[in-house]
Design a protein around this ligand. Structure first.
Ligand code: SF4
Ligand code: SF4
Length: 356
């Protein structure tokens, strides 16, 4: 049965728009005003609205989740489950501190929302985001998909070609169907995994919900390896994006094009490589992870953007989110907007490389 909720949360150092826009959570909402987002109706949520007014976030609407889960849901969904990341900048390695300070002044109050009940929808949005603009295309496609399939988003795997074309003509929509089918079957190929991964999957309850299983029941580094190894169409970036938005782990770094540009231009990581599926499916990125989980260390770990950013520990996912916002607004791949860029004073590319 649905119940009415009316919750007001006092917040500090929080910005709903900056938090939602880069998060895949926003693919289950419509923005209806500045700092105001309305959940697309489903059997769990009706007219659920999240609105920020100065230092208060209001959550109103009808929900069909247990009373005990409401508080956890509200904190997870808004990203308020975590304290402001800004408070921990002093813990970052020195080489990141100035950049983190500047980015967080430009985009204050960014948190990382976590989906508790709609991991399948987040997974679909992440799959659709491959090589395309999230805000322009993915949210638009997701709105159409949710309108048609509602909470039974997995039914899209039975859609006819005509139905899929009704959502859009891009290959991402057709690929989504293949990836979802593969995700629903991944547990039938567990024997293909190396023994050091398999041992994390043994003695687990039967995998009824693969989305929840991967985001909540096993360590994210192992879930990442499983996704990349066994689910068709999932690479390092999509695996990391899914896990960052559905687990409560912020030491996860999706290496997207914005992160590549920002780190290469502002941190001089020019000769660093991007994650490679063939390595990510077998190795851990850092010595700490490899020791803790008893998995081999990646031979590329000293030259990979992801392992470098993981030096930020729990701030890594936040840094990636800030880089996304900054890359989208200023540091674009082609034609970066250097003339109006607020970070040009500390930019190696602008001050050194560009003038060569
Ligand atoms: S360090 Fe290796 S395992 Fe980690 S992301 Fe890079 S390529 Fe993948
Ligand atoms: S000055 Fe140009 S290259 Fe440097 S960070 Fe700004 S937009 Fe990017």
């Amino acid at each position: 049965m649905m119940q009415n909720i009316k919750i007001a949360l006092e917040v500090e150092c929080y910005n709903l728009d900056f938090t939602f826009k880069p998060s895949f959570i926003s693919s289950t909402y419509r923005q209806v005003g500045k700092n105001t987002w309305r959940k697309i109706n489903s059997y769990l949520f009706k007219n659920l609205t999240i609105k920020q007014k100065k230092d208060t976030v209001f959550i109103t609407g009808l929900v069909s989740i247990s009373k005990e889960s409401i508080e956890e849901f509200v904190h997870a969904e808004t990203g308020l489950w975590h304290a402001p990341f800004e408070y921990d900048i002093h813990k970052a390695p020195n080489e990141f501190k100035e950049l983190l300070e500047k980015l967080s002044q430009l985009y204050p109050g960014v948190r990382i929302p976590v989906s508790l009940f709609e991991q399948d929808k987040i997974f679909a949005a992440v799959c659709l985001s491959k090589r395309t603009d999230y805000e322009t295309f993915v949210r638009h496609w997701m709105e159409k998909i949710l309108k048609k399939y509602g909470d039974n988003i997995l039914n899209i795997i039975y859609a006819s070609k005509k139905d899929l074309l009704g959502i859009g003509t891009s290959y991402q929509i057709f690929d989504l169907v293949k990836t979802l089918k593969s995700m629903l079957m991944f547990h039938s190929s567990l024997e293909k995994l190396p023994i050091f991964i398999k041992r994390y999957l043994e003695n687990k309850d039967p995998i009824e919900n693969p989305f929840e299983f991967l985001s909540r029941k096993i360590p994210p580094q192992i879930a990442r390896m499983v996704l990349i190894s066994l689910v068709k169409g999932i690479g390092p970036k999509t695996a990391d994006s899914y896990l960052l938005n559905t687990s409560f782990h912020t030491d996860i770094v999706p290496v997207d094009t914005h992160l590549k540009n920002v780190t290469r231009r502002l941190l001089l990581l020019d000769d660093f490589k991007v994650p490679q599926s063939s390595l990510c499916s077998k190795y851990g990125c850092t010595e700490m992870v490899s020791r803790k989980l008893r998995i081999p260390l990646c031979p590329m770990s000293s030259r990979c953007i992801r392992s470098k950013i993981l030096e930020l520990g729990k701030l890594a996912g936040w840094f990636q989110t800030l880089s996304y916002l900054f890359g989208r607004d200023y540091c674009r791949k082609n034609k970066p907007r250097c003339d109006i860029c607020p970070l040009k004073k500390i930019c190696f590319y602008f001050n050194i490389l560009r003038s060569k």
